[in-house]
Each structure stands twice: as C-alpha cells, then as structure tokens.
Design a protein around this ligand. Sequence first.
Ligand SMILES: [Zn+2]
Length: 481
Amino acid sequence: MKFSIIATSDIHGHTEHFSQLASMINDRQPELLIDNGDFLQGSHLSYFYENIQRCEHPQISMANALRYDVAVFGNHEFNYPLPAIEAMRNACNFPWIAANIQAFAKDYIIKDIHGIRVAVIGVVTHFTPLWDEGTATKSLHFEQAFDAAQKTVKHVRAHEQVDFVILCYHGGFERDLQTGHLIDLLEGENEGYRMLHEIDGIDLFITGHQHLEIATKINGISVVQPGANAKCFAQIDVTIEGGNINHKPTLVYVDDSLPSFTDAAFDKWKNEMIGESACDLQYSNFFTPRTMQTDYVQLLHDMQMHYTKAQLSVIELPYHQNGGFPKQITRKDVLHNLPRQNRLVKIEMTGAEIREALELSASVFAINTQDEIDFSMNVHYPQPHPFVYDLWGGLDYEICLRHPVGQRVVSCEYNGHEMQDNEIFSVVINSYRATGAHDYAMFHKNPIYETSEFVPKLMMAYIQKNSPIQTQVKNHFRMRK
Ligand SMILES: [Zn+2]
C-alpha cells in the first residue's frame, strides 16, 4: 500500500508560481496536502488584494480547489488584524491549526488514509508576538513551540491510535542538521533541531520560516523544509509493507513553463506611472546606499519626515542588490523597494539611545580578507549576526569599521553640534522596527504619533504630489574602512 503527502510552506502570496505548483500538485493527487504557514502575506498581489481590490484573494480559491487538508499558522498570518485572519480562515475550506495558540486554533487533525491513521500537528514559532506591530496577537497566548509540540505528539500517540505522526512547525533549525553547528541564536525563534532530537514519536517533520530547501532523513524521520515563494514543494512517498511504514522525502521544483495565473486589474494598477524623477534615484550595488549618502535614501527620509514632522528619520533598505526608482516611477517600483506593510511611528529617543542603535547597526558589517566591506556574518562565520541595518536622516555621522564593535560611530552631530546623551529627539521609524525586534529594544516605545496608512501608500502619494522628484542630500553620512 502506498500514499503520498505533499507540503508547501512560506508561499507568501506568490500566486503566479503557486498556480504552477497547483497544477503539478493536482496531477499528483496526494492523499494528504498540508500548508505550513505564511500563506498570503508578502507579495505585491497580496498588497493589491488587501488594500485596493478588497475581495477574496485568488490564492484561497486555488487552495480550496486543490482540497488542502490543513494549514498551519505562520508568524506572518498575524501581520493582519484578527478580523482579517478570521475572514481568511472562513474563506478556506480546510482548518488552520496551531497547538501552541490555545483557544484560537485546533492542535491537530487526524486523517484516515486507506485505514492508516495519520495525525497532523501544527505549531508556530512563539516569537510571533515579538514581531507584531498591530494588535493581532495581544489577546492570544503563544506557548513555547517545543513544549506544545512535545505535549501534543505525546497526546496523539497515547490517545488517538495513530500509525503515522506528522509534526508541522512554522519555525526552522537553530543548528545545522548534518554538523550540529549553531546556525542561529539559541533564543527560541527556531528550535527545530531540538524538536527533531528530543521529541519521540515523529515520523515526518515539516519545517519552514527560514525559507530553506531541505528533504532528508535523520534517525529514520523524514525532515523537509519546502523553500519559499512557491519555488518548490515537498513530496513524501509512504509505503506500507507487512506492517512496516517506509517513507521517502523529495523536493519537487516548480515548472516555470506551465501557464501561470494573471490578474489584469492588478497588472494595470501596478504598471501605471505615478511620477517621474529629475535626479538619479537608482542604485546598482547593495553596499552603495548603505555606505554613503544618496539621493534615493534622502528621498525616503524626506517622505518619512514630511508625514510625521520628526527631527530624525530611520530607514532600512530591502536586501536587493539593486533598487531605487527609475526615471518613470510605477507603483510596482514602490512596492518592490518598500516591501513591508508598515505604518510610520514617531517616537522620542535620547541621544544615548540613538548612539546605542547606531552602534548596533554598525556591527552588522565587517571587513573581509579582500579588504572589502562585507557582512560580519560572512567574515566571522558562524557567529550569528542580525542583518538589520538602519540609515539615519537628520544626523551627520560617520562609522569606521576598523574600530571594535561598540565603538564604531566616530562622529554624530545634530545641527552642527555633537549629539549629547541627554538630548531628546523625535524619530520617525516604521512600526515593525518600533516593536524592538532584533535586539533593538531602544526603539520599543509608545508612539507619540502613528500614520493611519501603510508606507507604500504614503510613498505613492508623496511621489504623485512631488513629481518630478528633485531631492538634495541634506546630511553627511559615510561608512569607511
Ligand atoms: Zn516566511
């Protein structure tokens, strides 16, 4: 007897690719189909459906047509307010589970496949509330993912007469699966390695969140992580012979030549020109806008300060090799460069807190053996290091990477005088960063002002109003070796 299980994870609203995966999944007709979270959030199309079109996301109807059996909550499901999460859940013909969010979701489902009882348990990284800039998680209690997983596996083994147990974890691995070396901080965001080695009774372990592509077997357990953005799915073929259950995991990659989903209204909206630039707002090297003052970054600061009247502005660039705005700017250019759906918040910070934040930012980079600026993580591997780097507007400052971490900000002036520790400044920052995530506790403050609109919409309006865009660098900033 044979059956197959297919798992997707971290699709992030990449519906075009998902439509291709969907036809491949449909051809295979798996007996069990699971999504492991972060299903809709994160794409331009999802932005369009959430903010402009405001009707059911086409990816939900595709998932319903595929007859998914179950989906596991990911952290990004909680980027939406609770009523939106409820609406999504109601639109799905399959249950959403999470054993570590009590009173909100079911712990597991049981499916009978040709007489074989299969349990599918879901847990989500309990770091989820830390990244919540809204209020979705305020009324929910997230139990430690490891504890909830261990308890629930034990429960289904003892009480559900199951033959096959699948643990789905919207979280990843803190250690390399082969070597056991640390690949992340041991803080609990990712604890898949510990789950794999310390929880008895798992047959298949489905992970996600880190967007890795993994299909392997460890100590007889099939372990998968099906990448991200609908690039692939995991297929696990199960064979039962003489009471023995064998299983084999593989990754199946999307066939790009298959016809894919298109949406004429979305295409028209995103490709429409909303303004022009009269100066060079593009960059073609990852490090350029991060190591010197550029017109593009100035434009971002100008926009943030315009809407909030703050003295200082903090921005973080997406991890694109090249970016910025071309001469003719479309909505797509804005969404590509401002991918996060955040609001802007204005907070008050002391000079000492600002200096601390600057030092933390400056620690992200190091000098490699070719004497080039590189990520600390590349230079001091496997020392974990956050990839979180902010650029400040309204300050004149200089960072020297030859100085030890914590002493790299060599000058920091406001209006021509060295910033004093006890000076108070109003600072505009996006609401995600204001959660204090990634060790930036100094940003975790009660906002004195918050925009009601998301950053992409603010930027689009700013471009429309100020076209042709002519920015001028207002402050000195340099990161040197
Ligand atoms: Zn994800």
